[in-house]
Design a protein around this ligand. Structure first.
Ligand SMILES: Cc1cc2nc3c(=O)[nH]c(=O)nc-3n(C[C@H](O)[C@H](O)[C@H](O)COP(=O)(O)OP(=O)(O)OC[C@H]3O[C@@H](n4cnc5c(N)ncnc54)[C@H](O)[C@@H]3O)c2cc1C
Length: 562
């Protein structure tokens, strides 16, 4: 097969992806003619956030990429979270905000400087034709993408959001405001010297209960400006999108099809709460241009581009899904825990562990620890004592092991480890100090307590209703970690059970977990104890009568108590 030439390229969409692609390709292949199309409407949205680190990387290649007027930018390295009456500062990692419209105009102007680039202000709804390559950069709702079979799947979030701006210089702030039926969440940050972005996100039911869902936009702006009068210091709000809408996550199975290739939001979207969509779009653009410059054939270049970028996008989308899910869950909560909720917010992103956040901002983590422990403490979360039934645990790391194929849990009570028998029915006498009843078990927790057990837990599989668990007399619930790459995905069920049952939750993780990760989950309030054991092994080992055998084995393993 003869390699396709690359004399003329069409780029549809001159947002970050299209403009940076044109810029980079004209740098690397100055002989290629580029037609850059955009319908040139007013860019929706107010401001966007980026990291200094990313900007430095782009500047190394295109020094003027972020040379915006100072009034269109703002920088910061810490964020404020307003939770009820609490104001909690926490250290961040070198971020800046940009006025989206100014940035778009700036990069578009840069992209059009090379003589080989021709800009066409046109609404493009079909392949313009006459080009060797069609770069589809027309955003999340791409019409050109829809014309081909890219295996596109679009899913919508459970919350809705409104992207607004305000003529006020706000601190970079999350506002978490309980309004009875749920939480109104604000993602706010300055994107200029005198203007800030103000995104309000909420569950549709919460908005409906406040009469905010189906109102004309100008009324919504006025009502929200009233709800957030203190946070806005009386400044007004102006919507930059056409109304409340859910965030749409776009995934494509095939990034290129014939002569057409997807970049930026047309290829993938990531929830705005991780502030990475523009950086991903720019990196796509660079990767595609560099592949085209390096490969002899356009087909090889497209394959190489997709091979390099698809895993990066998938990883970012997994992280974004976790973050989105965290905010969606929060939006339906009826209570918040001050600095501890702020720690949970920050640690929804996997990189932000207890140790990392503590190193970045010890004061903030100490404040979260004070809420968690109920008093100032230098202890790590794992070493904050916990009462489960009549057991007082000295640490929240529950031991686990196998003895002659039978699984054993060891509760670290203040007076020594207490073996926990896993059982379906009431175990043979003597009743072990601690009992975990399997999901299909018939053992009555109250009878077990009356017979001498200090703590009785329920092993959950996840399918059963959890709301009546305390009423059934259990002292704790053991919940398996779920599959998934992120912290939020793995502990989604544990978090839900903990919230709904109001009981201490023991997370059963089939995989090893670092102490730092355990500390992070505990302080974020997602679990109360952790054991590294496969929940299926526990359930399997609980054949009738096994309780006492496990107990004997455990006693042998840990030796007699002092
Ligand atoms: C509420 C919200 C907040 C966000 N905040 C951030 C943030 O803080 N940081 C961040 O990095 N990202 C953020 N993003 C994501 C970011 O906006 C996108 O990821 C980024 O704009 C993608 O760039 P793009 O060039 O692929 O698409 P777009 O920016 O959407 O550009 C597409 C271009 O195509 C043009 N176009 C569309 N259709 C046609 C057509 N038919 N004919 C001709 N031209 C057409 C449009 O006019 C537009 O210029 C946010 C997104 C949302 C929704």
């Amino acid at each position: 097969m003869t390699p396709r030439p690359l004399n003329r390229v069409a780029v549809v969409g001159a947002g970050a992806a299209g403009a940076f692609f044109a810029l980079e390709l004209s740098r690397l292949r100055p002989g290629t003619a580029i037609d850059l199309y955009d319908r040139d409407e007013r860019s929706p949205g107010a401001g966007i956030v980026m990291s200094w680190e990313f900007a430095e990387r782009v500047r190394a290649v295109h020094p003027r990429a972020f040379a915006l007027p100072p009034e269109a930018m703002a920088t910061w390295d810490r964020t404020l979270t307003l939770v009820g009456e609490d104001r909690v500062w926490s250290g961040a990692y070198g971020m800046f905000g940009l006025t989206r419209r100014v940035f778009r105009d700036h990069v578009r102007a840069l992209a059009c400087e090379p003589p080989t680039v021709t800009f066409h202000a046109r609404d493009v709804t079909a392949d313009p034709g006459g080009h060797d390559l069609l770069v589809v950069a027309d955003g999340a709702n791409s019409r050109l993408r829809a014309a081909r079979d890219h295996g596109t799947v679009t899913t919508h979030g459970r919350t809705v959001f409104l992207w607004m701006s305000t003529p006020a210089l706000l601190e970079p702030t999350f506002v978490l405001k309980c309004v009875g039926a749920g939480v109104l969440i604000v993602h706010a940050y300055p994107h200029g010297a005198a203007e800030s972005t103000f995104i309000v996100e909420a569950d549709p039911d919460t908005l409906r209960s406040r009469g905010l869902l189906d109102r004309p936009l100008h009324e919504v702006e006025t009502i929200l400006a009233g709800v957030f009068r203190d946070e806005l210091d009386g400044a007004p709000l102006t919507a930059r999108t056409s109304g409340w809408r859910p965030f749409s996550t776009v995934v494509n199975e095939r990034w290129h099809h014939g002569r057409a290739v997807l970049v930026g939001d047309a290829a993938h979207t990531v929830h705005f709460s991780i502030g990475s969509g523009t950086a991903l779009a720019i990196d796509d653009a660079f990767c595609l241009a560099r592949s085209l410059a390096a490969c002899d054939s356009a087909d090889d270049a497209l394959a190489e581009y997709a091979r390099a970028r698809a895993p990066v996008a998938a990883e970012a989308q997994a992280e974004a899904r976790d973050s989105q899910r965290w905010f969606e869950t929060l939006s339906r909560r009826d209570r918040l825990c001050g600095a501890q909720t702020v720690f949970a917010l920050r640690s929804r992103r996997d990189a932000n562990t207890f140790a990392r956040l503590g190193a970045r901002d010890p004061e903030f983590v100490a404040r979260a620890m004070e809420t968690y422990a109920g008093r100032p403490t230098r202890a790590e979360p794992v070493d904050v004592p916990l009462t489960v039934g009549d057991l007082r645990l000295r640490t929240r790391m529950v031991g686990a092991g196998l003895e002659r194929d039978a699984p054993v849990l060891l509760f670290p009570a203040a007076t020594g480890d207490r073996p926990c028998a896993v059982t379906r029915d009431v175990p043979a006498s003597p009743v072990p100090p601690c009992v975990l009843v399997t999901p299909d078990g018939t053992a009555d927790p109250r009878a077990l307590r009356a017979a001498g057990a200090s703590a009785v837990g329920l092993l959950m599989s996840g399918d059963e209703p959890v709301a009546d668990t305390p009423a059934r007399g259990f002292d704790f619930v053991a919940v398996p970690a779920e599959t998934g790459t992120g912290r939020i995905a793995r502990t989604g069920l544990a978090d839900r059970v903990r919230h709904e049952s109001d009981l201490p939750v023991l997370l059963l993780s089939a995989e090893r977990m670092s102490r730092d990760e355990v500390n992070t989950l505990l302080l974020a309030g997602r679990v109360d104890m952790v054991a590294c054991v496969d929940a299926r092994d526990l359930a399997r080992g609980a054949a009738p009568g096994d309780g006492s055998r496990i107990l004997e084995d455990a006693a042998v393993r840990i030796g007699p108590e002092e």
